[in-house]
Design a binder for this molecule. Structure first.
Ligand code: GLP
Length: 241
């Protein structure tokens, strides 16, 4: 595992974006796994800057997002569809038909999970998966549990996750109770994993996940079993390393 700590957000964003854009420059048909949350935003901004300088094109890239809330219309401000359009997709040349996000508003959610699994299987392997970490150690929306699920599935969000995400809604009552998420099997199948963590509030959980026991009670700890993980930390999140 390659753990890098950065003094400034700019340095972290440039390093993260350059890992992704160099991959796409050498492999224009790369398959990218994308994440939401505040951690990847600065990296997406840097990717957009690189795109605007005509240094990279996403025309042949395929993307898979990790997760989506259940029950929010796609055009809701806080749906992950809206988030991705706002933060990345509307600024680059990635064709909409190649950007995959689970549909949390599908009439048949089980069928939607199967559809997403089939798409992932057809893509064979994600070349690079961006990940954040939840306050409780979740990855995607794979919450701590006595067991974990390999494929895309419906998950009931933990109260602490709904509380953490309530800052984006008017009140906690508006935060969806369920989500669709790619499973840990699909995440760990990625060739490279890029974990991005910022802020003092995440310092303890990221340290425990990467150096503590490997347990389903801290899903991010399973990253220790992967042979190619790059971790980008800001100075606050990296204070115990
Ligand atoms: C949400 C997402 C996760 C993300 C987490 C952390 O719960 N489903 O994929 O990693 O938030 O978000 P942040 O980067 O804002 O701390």
């Amino acid at each position: 595992m390659n753990i890098l700590t950065f003094r400034t957000n700019d340095e972290l964003n440039i390093a993260g974006a350059s890992i992704i854009t160099s991959l796409v420059q050498t492999n224009p048909r790369a398959v990218l796994g994308l994440a939401t949350g505040s951690s990847p935003i600065g990296i997406y901004e840097e990717i957009i800057n690189t795109f605007r300088k005509n240094m990279v094109s996403f025309r042949q890239v395929t993307t898979f997002n990790l997760d989506e809330y259940v029950g929010l219309p796609k055009d809701h401000q806080e749906s992950y569809h809206s988030f991705m359009n706002r933060q990345l997709f509307s600024h680059i040349d990635l064709p909409a038909s190649q950007a995959n996000i689970p549909d949390g508003n599908a009439a048949d959610l089980a069928a939607e999970c199967e559809r997403y699994n089939r798409l992932l299987e057809d893509a064979k392997q994600i070349d690079l998966q961006i990940l954040g970490i939840g306050n409780n150690g979740h990855i995607g929306f794979n919450e701590p549990s006595h067991s974990l699920i390999s494929g895309t599935h419906i998950v009931e969000l933990k109260e602490e996750t709904r509380e953490a995400n309530a800052r984006f809604f008017n009140s906690i009552d508006e935060v969806p109770t369920h989500a669709l998420t790619m499973g840990v099997g699909a995440i760990l199948k990625a060739k490279t994993i890029l974990l991005v963590v910022r802020g003092e509030g995440k310092a303890e959980i990221v340290h425990r996940a990467l150096t503590g026991p490997i347990t389903t009670e801290c899903p991010a700890s399973l990253l220790q079993t992967h042979s190619n993980v790059v971790v980008l930390l800001d100075a606050e999140a990296g204070k115990y390393f």
